[in-house]
Design a binder for this molecule. Structure first.
Ligand code: NAP
Length: 345
């Protein structure tokens, strides 16, 4: 197991995902955080912008900088891109040219097909030539590819919460992949730290609403990964909702049973029994975001409804940790040969 230090940069460290990366990387035993970028906070210290890190000497010394790929590449072994989609692909192209390993948190490298990207994101891809090199950064499904990857595309938060419960039962062919219906609930940090009226406290508090119906952007990668398991493209029904909490996602997935119901416990135990970040609740309890907030765990439960012959899968994650930044660090640990849980437990 490697125990040498890795120099890392967080590009977009003033956003929610970037801040969560900083929180986790500052306490990682094998990481030296060398660079944090932000346009709005350029030349100000990490401690000034994030007083919760002010007790750490490193936070006094680290100064937000503008994005200068050559300088950052010289100071880093790995860069985390916590930028909006579109911006991220442009930055990635610069870092690839400089030979730096990239872990991208945006949607820019999750889809294999640039036409599908244009369809769901409403713009042409800024670096389509790199798509073939990207590895989908869901360690529980793509661990070996991640280990050898140079450009990791971290999954979206909703896809993480949906694909982890679905993958084992799809592989085991015990559900009908053509009849999957998902309802997900997300906290407000999922929308990023932007000032838009619909995310103001008074607009979200004491209120719950669906959005992105019927074709939310995350559907593209959910369907891509499902097709990767079943070998056949299928449309999924997916409805996200905004709920008035800061962090957390709960997904409830309704599936039609196509195989033996009594095999479900064994299927999940075989798939995830040894996974460090998957906690199987089985039929003992139900997932709750308060149990995963601030952690890299996904809590999974399932129930069979004999009246409808459906298997109901349920998951809870923290959108900023297992849904983004924690998962990104899990990928870095795999790439660098560290214990997969380093800095995350
Ligand atoms: N929030 C989540 O739960 C979540 C989950 C999964 C994936 N993601 C993905 O992670 C990425 C970051 O999300 P977020 O929620 O942290 O967003 P955010 O809060 O809006 O932060 C965006 C960051 O990008 C920087 N930025 C914006 N435009 C830029 C530009 N043109 N050039 C350079 N820097 C720029 C901003 O910094 P300055 O404006 O200070 O420069 C800020 O640091 C997104 O692609 C998002 O889809 C987020």
């Amino acid at each position: 197991m490697n125990s040498s230090q890795t120099k890392v940069a967080v590009i977009g460290a003033s956003g929610y995902a970037g801040e969560e990366l900083v929180r986790l990387l500052l306490q990682h035993p094998f990481v030296e955080l060398t660079t944090v970028t932000s346009r709005q906070y350029a030349d100000r210290s990490l401690a000034e912008i994030y007083p919760r890190f002010a007790h750490l000497p490193k936070a006094q010394k680290l100064i937000f900088a503008e994005l200068d790929a050559t300088r950052i590449s010289n100071a880093s072994d790995v860069v985390f891109l916590a930028l909006p989609h579109g911006v991220s692909a442009e930055a990635a192209a610069d870092f690839v040219g400089l030979g730096t390993k990239i872990i991208d948190l945006s949607a820019d490298f999750r889809l294999k097909d640039e036409q599908v990207y244009s369809e769901f994101y409403g713009k042409k891809h800024a670096a389509p030539g790199l798509l073939k090199d990207a590895v989908y950064g869901l360690p529980e499904l793509h661990r070996e590819e991640i280990k050898g990857g140079s450009l990791i595309a971290c999954p979206g938060c909703y896809p993480t919460s949906v694909l982890l419960p679905l993958a084992p039962v799809l592989r085991a062919k015990v559900i009908d992949p053509a009849r999957i219906i998902v309802a997900s609930l997300s906290g407000v940090t999922g929308a990023g730290r932007k000032t838009e009226a619909e995310y103001l406290f008074a607009e979200c508090n004491e209120s719950v609403r669906p959005y992105g119906v019927p074709k939310h952007r995350h559907l593209a990668e959910i369907e891509q990964e499902i097709a990767g398991i079943t070998g056949k493209p299928e449309a999924v029904q997916f409805t996200p909702h905004l709920v008035p909490v800061n962090r957390g996602i709960v997904s409830t997935i309704f599936t039609d049973l196509a195989g033996k119901a009594d095999a479900i416990d064994r299927i999940f135990n075989d798939a995830y029994g040894r996974e460090p970040f998957v906690r199987l609740l089985g039929d003992k309890s139900l997932p709750d975001t308060k149990n995963v907030a601030g952690t890299n765990f996904v809590d999974l439960a399932w129930r069979i409804d004999p009246r409808t012959n459906r298997l109901i899968l349920m998951s809870a994650i923290d959108n900023l940790t297992k849904g983004t930044s924690g998962q990104a660090i899990q990928c870095m640990n795999l790439m660098r040969g560290y214990e997969e849980t380093a800095g995350l437990l």
